[in-house]
Design a protein around this ligand. Structure first.
Ligand SMILES: [Zn+2]
Ligand SMILES: [Zn+2]
Ligand SMILES: [Zn+2]
Length: 127
């Protein structure tokens, strides 16, 4: 208990509404997190993000910037195709951003819903 904790004074109805909105988005299957498999220096990024955050993430985390016609390499794992920057976003969307199905119990990731269901019944069936 400290008087230093002044954040509660700034917690408005708008903040509360935003939190409720975030909570409902988390349960919305359309907003399941994508996983970034961009490789930098041999290390896969592995960050989870919402689809709408991805262009910003590529820019700020992976330095995908420059003129639209500048030739860039897609450093997605196992891809490494070269293309103009204005094609890259669409390329990634169409080729790499599959919705992941994430096990709610151990958070293992699967590309297909039925693979995850198999996993659930093999690993987590309590009965
Ligand atoms: Zn990333
Ligand atoms: Zn690619
Ligand atoms: Zn699991």
């Amino acid at each position: 208990m400290s008087r230093e904790l002044t954040w509660s004074h700034n917690f408005t109805d708008a903040d509360a509404a935003r939190l409720c909105q975030l909570a409902s988005i988390a349960n919305d299957p359309r907003y399941r997190p994508y996983v970034c498999l961009w490789v930098t220096d041999g290390v896969v990024c592995n960050l989870h993000f919402q689809a709408s955050e991805f262009p910003d993430h590529l820019r700020s985390a992976h330095g995908v910037v420059g003129a639209d016609k500048a030739s860039l390499m897609c450093c997605w794992v196992n891809c490494f195709a070269e293309m103009p920057k204005d094609c890259l976003m669409r390329h990634i969307n169409e080729n790499h951003l599959e919705l992941r199905h994430i096990c709610p119990i151990c958070h293992e990731q699967f590309t297909r819903a039925n693979t995850m269901q198999n996993h659930m019944s093999r690993k987590h069936s309590g009965n």
